[in-house]
Design a protein around this ligand. Structure first.
Ligand code: FBP
Length: 262
C-alpha cells in the first residue's frame, strides 16, 4: 500500500508538536498550564501544527474533540527516565489501536547502540510492516544511547542513526542536532529518501532555537518536532509562527524572530 504523507506533511515538510515528555521525563517539565493536554491541543490547533505527538493514554482521553483540527502522530512505545538499565522503550500500543484512535502516523523510539538493540529492531520491524499495511508513515526517534555509546552527540553517530533509520524502513527520522551543520548535511544524505526532522530539546532562547531551525533546514532537514520550546514559552503561538516562517517560507531567523517580538 502507498504511504500517505499528505495528512502530516505540507510540500514534504512539517512542524510537529511533541507532547510525550510526561512519560519520558516526568511532570518536572510541566507547569499548571502545560500539564493539561487540552492546553497543548489548543496550541496545536491554533498554530496549525502539522501534527501533535501523543502517547496512547493522552490520545485516548483528550484527542477525539480535536480529530478534525490537528493530525495525530501516535507514539506507540515509551519509557521513563527512572531505571538505570540499558535503554529500551516498551511498546504500549498496537498499530491497530493507534489507527482506531485516529493516528495519521506511528511514532517509535529506537535506541540504536543499546545492548537491547536486537529486541528493539525486531519489534520495530513488525510495527513498521503493520503501519505500512495501513498506509501510515512511520516516524522513528533515533537516539544512540546505552553503555556502548560513548558520545551520543557525535557527528558520526548522528549520521549512523540516519542510516539505521533508512535501512530499518522508517519513513521519517527524528534525531537530535549536535550543532555541526556540515555533519548534519551528511547525516541527511545518509538518510536517503527517509525524511529527517530535528527534536527541539531543552527550552533555549528564541534566537538559538530559530538559528538551529534555519541551520538544519538549510542543511536538508524536512522540519522539526518541538515540545518544550513551544509549550514552556509564554507565547507558544508566536514561536510556532516564527518556526513556520523558517520551515515553509525559508525566512532568515533574524526576520522570523520579529514574529515573537511584535
Ligand atoms: P522536546 O522538543 O521537548 O525536546 O521534545 C522532543 C522529544 O523527542 C520528545 O518527543 C521526547 O519526549 C523527548 O524529546 C525525549 O528526550 P530525551 O530522551 O532526550 O530526554
Amino acid at each position: 500500500m502507498e504511504i500517505d504523507f499528505s495528512r502530516i506533511l505540507k510540500k514534504g515538510k512539517g512542524l510537529f508538536l511533541a507532547y510525550d515528555q510526561g512519560l519520558e521525563h516526568g511532570p518536572a517539565d510541566f507547569n499548571l498550564a502545560n500539564l493539561d493536554p487540552n492546553y497543548i491541543l489548543e496550541i496545536g490547533k491554533k498554530a496549525k501544527f502539522n501534527a501533535v505527538i501523543l502517547q496512547k493514554g493522552t490520545a485516548e482521553k483528550y484527542y477525539e474533540p480535536y480529530i478534525h483540527d490537528i493530525p495525530l502522530i501516535l507514539k506507540i512505545n515509551g519509557k521513563t527516565r527512572i531505571p538505570e538499565i540499558e535503554p529500551i522503550s516498551a511498546q504500549i500500543c498496537s498499530v491497530k489501536y493507534a489507527v482506531k484512535l485516529g493516528a495519521s502516523a506511528i511514532g517509535y523510539t529506537i535506541y540504536d547502540g543499546s545492548a537491547m538493540e536486537t529486541q528493539i529492531f525486531e519489534a520495530f520491524g513488525k510495527v513498521q510492516e503493520e503501519a505500512h499495511d495501513y498506509g501510515l508513515p512511520v516516524v522513528a526517534w533515533l537516539y544512540p544511547r546505552g553503555k556502548f555509546v560513548q558520545n551520543e552527540n557525535s557527528t558520526d553517530l548522528m549520521a549512523y542513526s540516519c542510516r539505521v533509520g533508512l535501512e530499518l524502513g522508517a519513513d521519517m527520522l527524528k534525531i537530535r542536532y549536535n550543532g555541526d551543520a556540515k555533519g548534519f548535511g551528511w547525516a541527511v544524505k545518509c538518510a536517503g529518501n527517509a525524511k529527517v526532522f530535528v527534536a527541539g530539546g531543552f527550552k533555549t532562547g528564541e534566537n538559538e532555537l530559530l538559528k538551529m531551525a534555519a541551520d538544519v533546514m538549510n542543511a536538508g532537514a524536512s522540519g522539526l518536532a518541538v515540545g518544550r520550546n513551544i509549550w514552556q514559552h509564554s507565547e507558544p503561538l508566536k514561536v510556532a509562527a516564527a518556526l513556520k516562517d523558517i520551515i515553509f517560507e525559508t525566512k532568515a531567523p533574524e526576520l522570523a524572530v520579529k514574529r515573537i517580538k511584535q
